[in-house]
Design a binder for this molecule. Structure first.
Ligand code: PNS
Length: 164
């Protein structure tokens, strides 16, 4: 039984993330998606909001666990009994820092293996930052994020635009 941990900021979760999640679920017995509570980049959504958006976006998917953590990913991997850390790769530019993190994570927790999953071509250019920027300027993000996230972004940035 292999547990895979899929960690990230998920600020907010996108269809690109769900693609990686589905691919992980087709390979591993148990998948835990884990939201880093306080990422170095100031998040737009609180950890509780990010978790809720993930839960609301899971739809019919069964057996995916959603958690939150602070500190090291490897500490959380130990805590949930994960033998694998899943990371999505979009482009070669993602690779360098992901590779560094994977090697550091192996140093910190030798029993854990990082598995890189390439994203689908259709989500190659997607990122949470781009989605927030697009939404903040009134762009249509509905084809890039699950419907519950689109609604939440609309609430957040719609209200912000009304504030003088
Ligand atoms: O979605 P992101 O922002 O690309 O996710 C990055 C994340 C959360 C996976 C990464 O920053 C992380 O693992 N942070 C926790 C601290 C840690 O364990 N760093 C790597 C080894 S020093």
């Amino acid at each position: 039984m292999t547990t895979a941990l899929y960690p990230g900021s998920f600020d907010p979760v996108t269809l690109g993330h769900l693609d990686i999640l589905d691919r992980s679920a087709s390979i591993f017995d148990r998948v835990v998606i884990a939201v880093l509570e306080n990422p170095s980049k100031e998040p737009v959504f609180s950890a509780a909001e990010r978790v809720q958006m993930i839960r609301d976006s899971l739809g019919e998917r069964k057996g995916i666990e959603v958690g939150t953590f602070n500190g090291l990913t490897t500490d959380y991997a130990r805590q949930v009994g994960a033998g694998v850390i899943v990371k999505g790769l979009r482009a070669v530019s993602d690779f360098e820092s992901e590779f560094q993190q994977a090697l550091m994570n192996r140093r910190l927790f030798p029993e854990v293996t990082t598995v890189f999953i390439p994203t689908s071509l259709r989500y190659l250019f997607l990122s949470s930052s781009l989605i927030k920027e697009l939404s903040a300027f009134g762009g249509d993000i509905s084809e890039f994020v699950p419907a519950p996230v689109a609604r939440r972004l609309g609430d957040r940035f719609g209200q912000r635009r009304k504030t003088p």
